[in-house]
Ligand binder design. Structure first.
Ligand code: 13P
Ligand code: SF4
Length: 378
């Protein structure tokens, strides 16, 4: 989705790193408790050093929901995270994204029209009251609202297992039968990341035959009626361009060089990669797993490079490296830099709000239901 960020005034683009740091510190000082800066683990160090709280998507949504005192929440992350923060904060609070072009290509792989079309197509061949929609938090507020209106919930990479287990007990037949979760045949429409959906379904003991990929570019998702009826998981054909780069060959090469090394990956990686890894989990999980690694270990991490580099710097007694030696950063997370952070803060000091993220109240109401369900389940 194109969101146009206007170019920064020259005073920001020409400033040195030291000058920007001084100005950010001064603006933070001036704003005091009126300001809260949230930073996702993929942010660059020049930004992350200013965060009042760091976290994965789930931790940051919880933080946003619990933050009542700060008038301004500056979200150093991507657009869907700032939208979720706007939905979960109070109307008196203002959420700001330092660069409006910081989106998420995976979130853009599902839109409301496509999901509504899929829902109708599924309803035309199977009992829709037994289908529960689940959206990964990497999605627009409009999709979260759709899920809220249709009895589903949001999930993140750290709670997908709990949310999916909950969802499997929500279809009408399961709910009425009081049967164990999913025993009545509840089906999930999971979007937009097929990999998180697939990896979690496997973790819960389902098999490949229980899953089908819904391709939104094809008629009826590219599936025949029987497949739609029988699949327990309809997985939207979306993916993360950063995590899809990690391949089984990288793990084989790493294990060849370091037979005792550990491989830790994010669940947005493909199932073949997850199957070969030693551990899988959200960015918070990855941080904790590296902290647990015995001194001297060699650890290959399959996630965004800024987090991997930070882990390497913070753990000199380990050898932490990227699973893919040629990995590229998440280009949208990378858009948030010190000049943009400095600009939004200095504008606030001057009494001007720039780059405010707002979700209209009707959409926010539906999305809040889906986000609150997640917060209650997880
Ligand atoms: P986490 O919730 O694990 O931080 O993941 C967010 C994300 O966008 C990963 O690509
Ligand atoms: Fe989106 Fe992937 Fe970037 Fe995460 S790493 S924000 S899923 S593009």
């Amino acid at each position: 989705m194109l969101r146009l960020q206007r170019p920064l005034p020259e005073g920001y683009t020409t400033a040195t790193a030291d000058e920007l740091a001084r100005r950010i510190a001064a603006a933070k000082e001036a704003l005091g408790p009126r300001l809260m800066i949230l930073g996702h683990h993929y942010q660059r160090d020049e930004v992350m050093r200013w965060a009042d709280a760091r976290g994965d998507s789930f931790g940051l949504s919880r933080k946003a929901a619990a933050t009542r005192e700060a008038e301004f929440v500056v979200f150093c992350g991507v657009h869907f995270m700032a939208e979720s923060a706007d939905i979960l904060t109070s109307p008196a609070q203002t959420v700001i994204l330092p660069d409006l072009n910081a989106g998420c290509s995976m979130a853009d792989m599902a839109d409301l029209d496509g999901v509504e079309e899929a829902w109708e197509a599924i309803a035309s061949v199977t009992d829709i009251t037994s289908v529960v929609p689940i959206t990964y938090i990497n999605s627009s507020a409009a999709l979260k609202a759709f899920v809220g209106r249709h009895g589903g919930a949001v999930c993140t990479s750290s709670n997908a297992r709990k949310v999916i287990t909950w969802a499997l007990g929500q279809g009408r037949r399961d709910a009425e039968a009081g049967a164990p979760a999913g025993a009545g045949g509840t089906k999930l429409l999971f979007f937009p990341d097929q990999h998180l959906g697939r990896n979690t379904a496997f973790q819960l003991g389902f098999s490949a035959e229980d899953m089908a990929v819904w391709d939104p570019s094809l008629e009826q998702g590219g599936l025949d009626e029987r497949t739609i009826k029988e699949a327990r998981f309809l997985l939207w054909k979306g993916h993360c361009s950063v995590h899809q780069r990690f391949r089984p060959e990288h793990i084989a090469a790493f294990r060849g060089d370091h037979p005792d090394g550990r491989v830790i990956v994010h669940p947005e990686c493909s199932h073949e990669v997850v199957e070969l890894a030693d551990e899988v989990g959200s960015t918070d999980y990855i941080i904790a797993a590296v902290e647990r690694a015995p001194e001297g270990s060699v650890v290959a991490v399959g996630t965004e490079i800024h987090l991997v580099q930070r882990l390497a710097a913070e753990h000199p007694s380990l050898r932490v490296q990227s699973l893919d030696p040629l990995v590229c950063p998440c280009s949208t997370m990378f858009r948030i830099d010190a000049p943009h952070l400095c600009w939004v803060l200095e504008e606030l000091v001057a009494g001007r709000v720039v780059n405010r993220i707002t979700v209209d109240e009707e959409t926010a109401a539906g999305a809040r239901v889906a986000l609150r369900r997640m917060l209650d389940i997880a």
